[in-house]
Design a binder for this molecule. Structure first.
Ligand SMILES: C[S@@+](CC[C@H](N)C(=O)[O-])C[C@H]1O[C@@H](n2cnc3c(N)ncnc32)[C@H](O)[C@@H]1O
Length: 212
């Protein structure tokens, strides 16, 4: 995948992200609109979704990302491969979740992943972290019964915060008795994950299901 030069971190609360998100006609993006949907939040260069979409043609994959050049090049890559079960959106999920999820064919959101979100360590920047309680409520609302939420981070503090925000929901059940899942349940590692694993750093993972 060609590398686009981009800013390392973008503030997701910038005014420009509060503009209404531009959505496509889903029927022009996905060849089969009735397939289950996997939403990946903060998909960056989109390589994870590109591989997932090729391995799972009966699922529609959707990534959302605030760094626009990454979205454009990911779409280009998708088009080069002619994939019709994959799309990438430019926008901040924190300002666009309802409009986006409402626009999708109903009752198909079966999987949500949030992988290695930006940590925003400084206390005054904590509110820039993507997993905020309001967003959690919206995501769970649109997730289908038995749908799953997968979270992972190499920063324990970030993993704990996002896990606890989802765990606060009475609608979700953690799918493992151990505190953190030892292995990634998904067959494709993300770019950040590969980088972390190469350095032998720990990864904190958790999987929830809607319902029991
Ligand atoms: C550390 S990167 C991880 C990328 C990828 N998930 C991985 O594991 O390799 C986090 C990504 O989330 C994006 N991001 C941060 N806040 C976001 C938001 N509110 N909505 C959508 N994307 C966001 C960032 O621009 C960045 O590309």
């Amino acid at each position: 995948m060609p590398k686009v030069r981009i800013r390392q971190h973008v503030n997701p609360l910038l005014r420009k992200f509060q503009e209404p998100i531009t959505l496509p006609e889903w029927a022009e993006v996905y060849s089969n609109l009735e397939q289950p949907i996997h939403l990946d939040i903060g998909c960056a260069r989109g390589g994870f979704l590109l591989a997932m979409a090729q391995q799972n043609p009966t699922t529609n994959f959707l990534g959302i990302e605030i760094r626009e050049p990454l979205v454009s090049s990911a779409i280009q890559e998708r088009d080069n491969l002619g994939l019709t079960n994959l799309h990438y959106l430019f926008g901040s999920i924190n300002f666009s979740a309802v409009k986006l999820l409402d626009s999708l064919p109903p009752n198909l959101l079966h999987y949500i992943s949030v992988q290695f979100p930006d940590p925003w360590f400084k206390r005054k920047h904590n509110k820039r972290r993507v997993i905020q309680p309001e967003l959690v409520n919206i995501l769970i609302d649109y997730l289908i019964p038995r749908g799953q939420v997968f979270l992972q981070s190499d920063i324990e503090e970030v993993a704990i915060e996002m896990r606890d925000r989802f765990a606060d929901s009475p609608f979700l059940t953690q799918q493992h008795s151990e505190t953190w899942l030892a292995n990634n349940p998904l067959p494709v590692p993300t770019e950040r994950e590969l980088y972390v694993l190469e350095d032998n750093l720990p990864v904190y993972r958790v999987l929830f299901k809607k319902g029991e």
